[in-house]
Design a protein around this ligand. Structure first.
Ligand code: AMP
Length: 226
C-alpha cells in the first residue's frame, strides 16, 4: 500500500540499492513458462491469491541477490522480511556479512483505507509508474503519463486477494512490529496523504531519531558497514 513508492523515493534520494521481493516475483511470473523454476511458478500462484510465498523460496531469492546488501550506497529492502522466520534468517546473514539495519519502516493505515487504496491502484506495465483511479488518475484513462504504457490492475489487488493479504499480514507480518521494536529499529509512519507527504513524514521521523537521510549512507532498512 504505497511502500514500493516510498522505497523508490528513498532510493532516488539516497542512491541505495532497492530490492523489492514482490517485484522479483512479479518479474519471474512474466517469464516464459520454460524459463521459470518450479519454485518460482509456485510463487506466482501464492502471490495471485494474496498469500505469502514460502520462506524457503523467498530466502533462496534473497540469497541470490546478496550483492545488493553490499551496495556502496546501502540498501532498501522492500516487502522483506514479512515473517519472523525471514527476519531471523536475515539477522543471521547480516551478522555473518558484517552489515546491519539502520531502521525498519512500518507504514500504518486503517484497513478500510488500505482496501480503497489497493483496489483503485493501477500500474504501468512498461515503467511500473503507479496511479490510482480516483486519487491519482492518469491524464488519459488506462495510459501511463510518463511512457504511454498500458495500465493494469495487479491480480493481488482484486477484492478477494486483498482480503487474504490483510489476514496474512495480521497473522504472519504483524509480529515483526514487536520483533523490531525490541531491537530499537522500528519507525512507525502514518501512511495518510499523498506520496510526497508520506515521504516528508518518513524523512522527518527518521531524522528525529538521528537516522541520517542523505545520499551519504543510510536507508529505509539497511546500512552497509563497508
Ligand atoms: P508486494 O509487492 O511487496 O506487496 O508483494 C506482492 C506479493 O509477493 C505478496 O503479497 C506475496 O505474495 C509475495 N511476497 C513478496 N515479498 C514476500 C516475502 N518477503 N515473503 C513472502 N511473500 C512475499
Amino acid at each position: 500500500m504505497g511502500k514500493g513508492t516510498q522505497a523508490d523515493l528513498l532510493h532516488q534520494r539516497l542512491g541505495a540499492c532497492h530490492l523489492s521481493t514482490g517485484d522479483v516475483f512479479r518479474a519471474a511470473g512474466k517469464r516464459a513458462e520454460c524459463d521459470q523454476s518450479p519454485a518460482m511458478k509456485e510463487a506466482t500462484g501464492y502471490m495471485r491469491r494474496g498469500e505469502l510465498v514460502p520462506d524457503s523460496t523467498v530466502w533462496e531469492m534473497v540469497r541470490e541477490r546478496l550483492g545488493c546488501l553490499h551496495c556502496g550506497g546501502g540498501f532498501i529492502l522492500d516487502g522483506f522480511p514479512r515473517t519472523l522466520g525471514q527476519a531471523e534468517s536475515l539477522q543471521q546473514l547480516m551478522d555473518a556479512e558484517g552489515i546491519w539495519l539502520s531502521a525498519v519502516l512500518s507504514y500504518e493505515l486503517p484497513a478500510s483505507e488500505i482496501v480503497a487504496r489497493l483496489g483503485g491502484r493501477r500500474t504501468c506495465e512498461k515503467c511500473k509508474a503507479v496511479y490510482h483511479v480516483t486519487e491519482r488518475p492518469p491524464k488519459v484513462e488506462g495510459c501511463c503519463d510518463r511512457c504511454d504504457g498500458k495500465l493494469f490492475q495487479r491480480e493481488d489487488d482484486r477484492p478477494e486477494s486483498i482480503k487474504v493479504r490483510l489476514e496474512t499480514y495480521d497473522r504472519s507480518t504483524a509480529p515483526l512490529i514487536e520483533f523490531y521494536t525490541k531491537l530499537g529499529l522500528l519507525v512507525q509512519v502514518a501512511a495518510t496523504g499523498s506520496p510526497d507527504e508520506i515521504f516528508d513524514r518518513t524523512v522527518g521521523e527518521m531524522e528525529s531519531r538521528r537516522i541520517r537521510v542523505s545520499a551519504h549512507k543510510l536507508w529505509n532498512a539497511g546500512e552497509n558497514r563497508r
